[in-house]
Write a protein that binds this ligand. Structure first.
Ligand SMILES: Nc1ncnc2c1ncn2[C@@H]1O[C@H](COP(=O)(O)OP(=O)(O)OP(=O)(O)O)[C@@H](O)[C@H]1O
Ligand SMILES: [Mg+2]
Length: 196
């Protein structure tokens, strides 16, 4: 098997055990196609191997290429403004989607995840022009700081594209507890109050 995404564990052979967990989640991912799976949280104490499992699930699902597109996103433990967060989430999703569709590793590590022009050129070049509309929408919302619109576009992007293309996408959000603690409505990270 090819491990398209470099795992933090290091060489893939260093991953041991976790057979039961992997079997459970691989079936859960497969059941997404049958619309049987519901959102699930993986909870465990620190350093128990949650990230390792998610990264491995990403690689297996990517490699299998069997009707479910994997998206892995790690929420960082640093304060982030809403605009920056939405843009980062959106563009990382788009790049992982492009990587899956084109089977090209380079798109998993894009040089630039702040620039919408480059990604538009890439989708045109790779025959994924149907993504142009949503990218332009996100770009407009960023430029005009339309936060509610941007959050809606970013949060819904995987669902929007999956439904429109008749595809299935599994979202794996690592460290999701930081979503509440670290994302600030005010892009200057001063306040979570809309009116200040
Ligand atoms: N299945 C495994 N086999 C071998 N080593 C593992 C396995 N899973 C995790 N490890 C190692 O254990 C350590 C912690 O793993 P990991 O970062 O995945 O845990 P975590 O639950 O995501 O931690 P945190 O709560 O800090 O996010 C890492 O050094 C990782 O390489
Ligand atoms: Mg972790």
């Amino acid at each position: 098997m090819e491990y398209i995404r470099k795992e933090r564990i290091g060489k893939p052979e260093l991953f041991t055990g976790r057979k039961e967990e992997l079997t459970f989640f691989l079936k859960w991912i497969n059941d997404i196609k049958l619309e049987k799976s519901q959102s699930t949280a993986l909870l465990a104490r620190r350093k128990m191997g949650k990230t390792a499992i998610l990264e491995r699930l990403f690689n297996i699902t990517f490699f299998k290429n069997d009707g479910v597109i994997p998206f892995y996103y790690e929420v960082k433990e640093t304060k982030m403004g809403m605009v920056d967060f939405c843009q980062d989430f959106f563009l990382k999703f788009i790049y992982q989607y492009i990587a899956f569709k084109t089977r090209k590793r380079e798109y998993l590590n894009p040089e630039n995840t702040t620039d919408f022009t480059t990604v538009i050129e890439i989708v045109k070049k790779e025959g994924l022009g149907y993504l142009e509309g949503i990218i332009n929408g996100a770009s407009y919302a960023v430029t005009h700081e339309k936060i509610d619109m941007l959050w809606e576009i970013a949060r819904e992007a995987p669902k929007t594209i999956a439904e429109r293309q008749n595809e299935f996408i599994v979202q794996m959000i690592d460290e999701f507890q930081f979503l509440n603690a670290m994302i600030y409505l005010d892009n200057r990270r001063r306040s979570n109050r809309n009116d200040i």
